[in-house]
Ligand binder design. Structure first.
Ligand code: C2E
Ligand code: CA
Length: 433
């Protein structure tokens, strides 16, 4: 038997620490793609009695069978793990509402009505299940788990089978307003900053530019993830002054770098609907004029979904930006539904392969094939192909082998504040691939 790190050896499911990492990634994904997801904690009641009565060997076999039963409820997009001695976690991705999660919990209880049989023992288990929903009950993975754990505790204390985190309708709303209110003052209070993550041209083993990533350090909450506040900024309209601030700040800082390091290329994320906004072009061109950035090339990263509607107007807007020297990158490529028929017509310069394919690259053959396909597609249209989210050398080697052009990811560096990014540039010795 091979033992894989991060797995629970008894059930072959992810263990707690691996699950926490996955939960973080999946909630980040849910936030980015506006997906509702549910976390179920399933805790077997009085399991110590099974161990005490039948012995640990039987106890282990029953736990294994219990895990198998939970696997029958897990769908392809979900994630199951054993996070405690007799506690399991099931993350349901993409649910419609709380009722949907409750149905899954009821299904588990129904399946448990049939006793487990082992040797000549018939063992009936009962369990308590708690549910917390993203984004209804928490806006990040950590708080989602805290909610579910506290509800589980209450559920067990009151001998209920299913407990659902309290519907915080009003609280949730007030959290939204709190964040929105605080964000409206954040520019004034200097709470925003731009971090930079290098992009490495692996054919020439040199830094080819950086992506500007917004950070917000709230006075009391500390750092708030952009996956939390950007959607709120988009909904409230605050995103406009914020984007203008990010463009100006990164152009200003990059033009300073160019004094020391020569021409720079800086990529800024743009919300999808901006392309068709009448005053967006002026916002960009005024910033370029303001910083007289001859030595700085600005790239706008726009997610793939934005290119799906109003094709001719989109192309027109892109052409106009390209005429003033702006480059266009399609972000998260592979997750939208680009049609090849107009992909050909889009005046873009770069595609960024979505992180989800890169992080699964060495684990899944389909991801490997998708990455290669996207790379071939990019090359066929003469585009620069960027892989983001590269964390280890093996993945990098593969991407080099299939001739990806540019790499971005923790392998080289996390996003860094301006000063640290400069120090990184000063010291950076890029390893041979
Ligand atoms: P994105 O555009 O897909 O940005 C890449 C995200 O991946 C960044 O998260 C970055 O820190 C993270 N990342 C980079 N390399 C790795 C890696 O090797 N492993 C892993 N696990 N993650 C990596 P971040 O900074 O938290 O930003 C999240 C998202 O928030 C961005 O996703 C972007 O959609 C949005 N965002 C950030 N800054 C801005 C901004 O100024 N304007 C707008 N409109 N959106 C922004
Ligand atoms: Ca991006």
């Amino acid at each position: 038997m091979t033992i894989r790190m991060g797995l629970d050896q008894l059930t072959n499911l992810d263990n707690r620490s691996t699950f926490l990492k996955t939960l973080n990634e999946k909630i980040t994904y849910s936030s980015k793609h506006k997906i509702k997801s549910a976390l179920l904690l399933i805790d077997i009641d009085h399991f110590q009695r099974v161990n005490a009565h039948y012995g640990y060997e039987v106890g282990d076999k029953i736990l294994f069978k219990f895990a198998e039963l939970l696997k029958s409820v897990e769908r392809k997009q979900d994630h199951l793990a054993r996070i405690g001695d007799n506690t399991f976690a099931l993350l349901l991705m993409g649910i419609m509402n709380t009722g949907h999660a409750e149905l899954a919990a009821r299904k588990i209880l129904r399946l448990l009505e049939v006793p487990f049989s082992y040797l000549d023992h018939q063992i009936r288990l009962e369990c308590s299940i708690s549910i917390s929903i993203f984004p209804t009950h928490a806006l990040d993975a950590k708080h989602l788990l805290i909610e579910a754990e506290s509800v589980l505790h209450e559920t067990k204390t009151h001998s209920n089978n299913i407990g659902i985190a309290k519907d915080q309708g009003e609280e949730e709303l007030s959290d939204f307003w709190d964040i929105e209110m605080a964000m409206s003052q954040a520019l004034e209070f200097n709470e925003f900053s731009v971090y930079y993550q290098p992009k490495i041209d692996i054919n020439h083993n040199r830094v080819s530019g950086a992506e500007a990533l917004l950070r917000w350090k709230h006075q009391t909450r500390g750092f708030v993830s952009p996956n939390v506040f950007i959607p709120i900024a988009e909904q409230s309209g605050m995103i406009k002054p914020i984007t203008s601030w990010v463009i100006n700040t990164s152009l200003r800082q990059a033009s300073k770098w160019s004094d020391r390091w020569g021409p720079q290329s800086i990529s800024v994320n743009i919300p999808p609907e901006f392309l068709l906004m009448p005053d967006f072009f002026d916002m960009v061109s005024n910033s370029l004029k303001l910083w007289e950035s001859d030595n700085v090339c600005l790239t706008l990263e726009i997610i793939e979904r934005s290119f799906v509607s109003q094709v001719s107007r989109t192309i027109e807007a892109l052409e106009k930006l390209k005429n003033i020297g702006v480059k266009i990158s399609i972000d998260d490529f592979g997750t939208g539904y680009s049609s090849l028929s107009y992909f050909e017509k889009l005046p873009v310069d770069e595609i960024k392969i979505d992180q989800s394919f890169i992080s699964n690259l060495l684990l899944s053959k389909p991801s490997k094939n998708i990455v290669r396909l996207i790379k071939d597609l990019g090359k066929a249209f003469d585009l620069q192909v960027v892989a983001e989210g590269v964390e280890d050398a093996m993945v990098l080697k593969y991407l080099h082998k299939i001739e990806c052009d540019v790499i971005q990811g923790y392998f080289y560096s996390k996003p860094l504040p301006n000063e640290e990014y400069l120090k990184w540039l000063e010291k950076a010795k890029l390893p041979e691939i």
